[in-house]
Design a protein around this ligand. Structure first.
Ligand code: CUA
Length: 365
């Protein structure tokens, strides 16, 4: 059920959050009454000059003290349990969740769908599908807040944060930035539109069709010269990236780390932070050479390597990724300025099949 004064519930998890909230408010009100009520009563009854019995003042009441200690402990633990279970559900997106990319920037929300479609300050979502948002910021801290989904998450520069939800009710809802982020913070707002699945599919095909993040990532992976070292070249010794995402990576110094989005990001932007065991710190930093969107695309592509989730677009006959690469090459060209000579371009034809593994099998040698 929905509650008066609460925003509409537009996601499956919203009700759970509302119940936690109502319990908190209810229990707080109850304890406010049972403490403030007697205080007011005693103040009045034992006020100066009032004729009341003040002799047998009771000292100590063990049973009473145990009661008012133990009952609230269980009440507090119960609330903790309710809150924790809702929190854990909100923190752990299901594997199959559809992943959208969100980049916050003074003062707008830039969003990209897995098929490639982009939008600004608008977010269209299909009803009944688990959606995960991978978010980062280009400048300062923002906060992605959709009250009707009951989700709010800070969006930080240099880091990835995620939230997920299952939109459950077609309609239009508010999207806010909930972190003061400068002059036009209050105008960093948008609109979330939930549509039935078929409508969403149709909507995806309207307007400009961008390159999908996986295809863009595969293209950038070649254009930025990553293939030069990471794709089985005998000349350079660099870790193989197949099946890397989600694995545990042994590091120099004997520690290990989980290869999640954070790790991939750091490895590209701050390559000397965590050196893979048995390798040298040879990788150049790509700081300032890729935009946040491009970086997310590369990471999305790396996630598909060896995971069985290979992108449909790049795996298509004739390697669609390669075709798209030609068209957009000009935009990314300047990035090559600080790259290792033209070597990547030369290595690419040989390296490419190995980079994509089976998916790129169609690429002519
Ligand atoms: Cu972005 Cu406030």
């Amino acid at each position: 059920m929905t509650f008066p004064l609460f925003p509409e519930q537009a996601s499956l998890g919203a009700r759970e959050v509302d119940y936690v909230m109502l319990w908190l408010i209810g229990i707080s009100c109850f304890f406010l009454l049972v403490t403030a009520g007697p205080i007011a009563f005693f103040c009045f009854r034992y006020r100066r000059g009032n004729q009341v019995n003040r002799v047998h003042i009771r000292k100590g009441a063990l049973a009473l003290e145990f009661t008012w200690t133990i009952i609230p402990i269980f009440v507090a633990l119960g609330l903790f349990g309710l809150g924790a279970s809702a929190y854990f559900r909100q923190r752990h997106p299901p594997e199959e969740a559809m992943e959208l990319h969100v980049v916050g920037k003074q003062w707008m929300w830039k969003i990209q769908h897995p098929e490639g479609k982009r939008e600004i300050n608008e977010l269209h979502l299909p009803e009944g599908v688990a959606v995960k948002l991978l978010m980062t910021s280009e400048d300062v801290i923002h906060s992605f807040f959709v009250p009707s989904f009951r989700v709010k998450q800070d969006v930080l520069p240099g880091r990835y944060t995620t939230i997920w939800m299952v939109p459950s009710k077609p309609g239009s809802y508010h999207l806010f930035c909930a972190e003061f982020c400068g002059t036009s913070h209050s105008r960093m707002i948008g609109r979330v539109t939930i549509m039935p699945r078929a409508e969403y599919q149709a909507w995806l095909l309207t307007g400009e069709q961008g390159e999908s993040p996986v295809a863009a990532g595969a293209r950038l992976f070649r254009e930025l010269g990553c293939t030069g070292c990471h794709v089985g070249s005998p000349a350079v010794h660099a870790p193989n990236l197949n099946g890397l995402f989600g694995s545990v990576v042994p590091l120099e110094g004997g520690t290990t780390t989980l290869a999640d989005e954070r790790y991939l990001r750091d490895s590209i932007m701050l390559p000397n932070l965590q050196i893979v065991h048995g390798y040298e710190a040879l990788m150049p930093s790509y700081q300032g050479k890729v935009s946040e969107e491009e970086l997310m695309a590369v990471i999305t592509y790396l996630k598909t390597l060896g995971s069985g989730k290979r992108g449909e677009r790049i795996g298509g006959p004739g390697s669609a990724g390669a075709v798209e690469a030609g068209g957009e090459a000009a935009r990314v060209q300047p990035l090559h300025l600080d790259m290792r000579t033209p070597a990547p371009a030369v290595v690419q034809p040989d390296g490419a099949p190995a980079a994509g593994g089976p998916a790129k099998g169609g690429t002519p040698p």
